[in-house]
Every structure is written in C-alpha cells, then in structure tokens.
Design a protein around this ligand. Structure first.
Ligand code: COI
Length: 354
C-alpha cells in the first residue's frame, strides 16, 4: 500500500519482541511495540501518530465508560512464505467499522486514515507478524468517545486507535455449545449487527452460566421466539445439512462476519448449494436425528473455523459428527490458510499487501 498520509512516528527504544515466545501465543495478551492513534476534535480527525504501545489517560467522566459509545473491529495480517505481509479483506472491516460508527452516533473514519494507519503500523511492527501454522497478527482497531461529560448525548470528541497482537488459535479443541433459550444477545432493530462493546459485555453473564454447565459457548436464538439460530458466541454459525451449506440470513441482530462471507464464497466456488435463511433449532435437531446434520461450526476472525462437537438442547447433550479431512469445514480451513499465506491463488483479491 502506498503512503499518502504523513503519520508522525515515534519508535520505542525498548522493544519487547525478545520476550515473545512464538510457540505460546495466547490470544490478546501480548501486544506489539506500537499503536496508531488519531483524535477527533472540532469536527475533524487530527494528529495521526504511531507511538509506543501504552496506557491512555481518560477523564473519570469519559462518556464511553458511562454510556458505551465504543466500537471495534477484529482483523488479521498474515506472513506469506516469502516473508511478505498482507491483510485479509481489510476493506470489509473498514466498511463494517463505519456501519458500527453510524449506529452508535460516532464520526466516520475516512478510508485513507483507516488503511494508512493500519499499513504503516504493521510495517513498523512487521517483526511481530508470526509465521507458524495457524498464527497471525490479530489487529484491533477501535474508537471510543472522549468527552468528559455526564449528559446523555453523543460525545463531541473521539479517539481512534489500532493495536495489534500476535496470536495462535482462539479455540484449540472442538466446541461444546448449547442453544440459549432464555437470554437474548440482540433483538431485531437493536445494535446486534454493529461491533459495539456493549454487545459483548451483555453476552458475558449468559455465557458464564453456560460455561458453568460445561459448555464453551452459546448458540444465540432470536429474541421473540427463541426458535431461530442467530450466532454462536463470538462467531457466526454455519451448518452443513444434507450436502447444503446453511446459515442464518443476516439481519439487524446478526453480525455480518467477514469469515462467514469468505466461507460462503468458497462453498459457492466449489459448487455447493448455499442457503442464507432462517434456521431453527428444531430443524437442526431433526436433521441430526435423521443423520443429515453433517457439520456445525463457528466462523470468526479470532476463532477462524471452529468445529462444534457437542450441542446442548433442552437439557440434553447431542454429539455431532467429527469433521473428516474431506469435510467442508476442513477443506475451507485449508483453503483459507493457503490463500492467506500465498500458497494458493487469491482469485477473489482478498489479500491486500501492507
Ligand atoms: C473477532 O473475531 O475478531 C472478534 O471480534 C470476536 C471476539 C474476539 C471479540
């Protein structure tokens, strides 16, 4: 990517890279040396800079803390076999970030600022991009309100920040999940399609209850009937039913996942029927009983493709088939990895060099 913006860069004199153990990359724990920061004041974005990663002071009256004007993205950069670094579908994340900003009454980020901030930051911290199988540089762009004001109204000032961390797998074994039939992640007309911090905070209590019962995650169902699947935990959910790839259609309560979209594109490339529609828990359990539920998995940037091994439904656990080497989810995992690391042609132009 060509630099068209001048971003003031202050490099650290004390890199922490030597302390990183590339064999033990724990999600979200160790951050790269630098971060990108830009502030919104007086109606414009100003003072874009790359600075050493570190704490940021906030007012105790900060309106993001009190009223939740805070949004984020999750994306990844990969190193190919020649050592070149590329981002996976960054324009999709950029568009979704601004859709979240609009929903939360926050200012939009210009494309040039988002993309240049990303690419210049990753070039400064290029040595932090891991290359072990299954690893990547996880990138977390986020924006929060910075007014110190307790009146309830959209803040007038904001900060946009990008931090990055080298990561391995988010889930390292097949998941146990259960349908959630009491609590709700989001209702139609709510903010479930946006990546705002509150969606994740509000999901923690029902998820904790499921975890106390031995599950890793929930499968959220719709707010009015608890009948139709929405998402699974921090991921979208995809099923293979009788040879068809089936997933809940997008709505205002479902996040428009970039991995979801990519996996559906691969299915279409491979000539598999794809159905984006309402999918009920009853339909899935009946398909399982009839031997037609071939695969169930979550898809997300952090989770990549996470197979579901057990599903809990109305107090009982059901085992799902184990994906074989020829299963759709295994083939999609391999294909995505090959595209991301330059080992297969990028026919959709998903990769963007930094
Ligand atoms: C992601 O997959 O990037 C997410 O944002 C999910 C989660 C880690 C919050």
């Amino acid at each position: 990517m060509l630099d068209t913006l001048t971003i003031r860069t202050q490099r650290t004199t004390a890199s922490r890279l030597q302390q990183l153990d590339p064999e033990r990359l724990e999600f979200g724990k160790t951050f790269s040396d630098h971060m990108f920061v830009v502030d919104y004041r007086d109606g414009e974005w100003q003072d874009a800079q790359i600075v050493p990663y570190g704490d940021m002071p906030v007012s105790p009256a900060n309106s993001a803390l009190h009223y939740g004007q805070s949004i984020f993205e999750g994306m990844k950069a990969y190193k190919n076999t020649d050592g070149d670094i590329a981002l996976f579908r960054p324009y999709d994340n950029f568009r979704r970030f601004n859709a979240s900003a609009e929903r939360m009454c926050m200012p939009l980020i210009p494309e040039e600022l988002f993309m240049q901030g990303l690419s210049q930051l990753i070039r400064v911290d290029n040595a932090w991009v891991p290359d072990a199988a299954g690893s990547a540089l996880y990138i977390r762009p986020f924006m929060f309100a910075t007014d110190g004001f307790l009146g309830v109204r959209p803040s007038e000032s904001y900060r946009f920040v990008i931090i990055t961390c080298p990561v391995g797998l988010y889930y390292n074994k097949p998941l146990r999940v259960r349908f959630e039939e009491r609590y709700v992640r989001s209702a139609e007309g709510g903010a479930g399609y946006a990546k705002n911090a509150g969606n994740y905070g509000a999901a923690m209590y029902p998820t904790k209850l499921a975890q106390q019962e031995g599950y890793n995650q929930l499968i959220w169902t719709d707010a009015s009937e608890h009948r139709y699947v929405e998402e699974s935990g921090t991921m979208n959910a995809i099923f293979v039913v009788d040879g068809k790839v089936v997933t809940p259609a997008l709505s205002t309560s479902i996040l428009d996942g970039v991995t979801r979209r990519s996996v559906l594109d691969l299915a279409r490339d491979w000539g598999m029927p794809v159905e984006e529609r309402k999918v009920s828990a009853v339909e899935l359990m009946e398909a399982l009983a009839a031997g037609k539920l071939e695969e169930a998995f979550g898809v997300g940037t952090a989770a990549t493709i996470a197979p579901i091994a057990v599903v809990g439904y109305q107090g009982q656990d059901y085992e799902l088939p184990t994906p074989g080497t020829n299963s759709f989810s295994t083939r999609a995992t391999t294909a995505l990895h090959a595209i991301r690391t330059g080992q297969a042609p990028d026919t959709h132009n998903w990769m963007v060099a930094v």
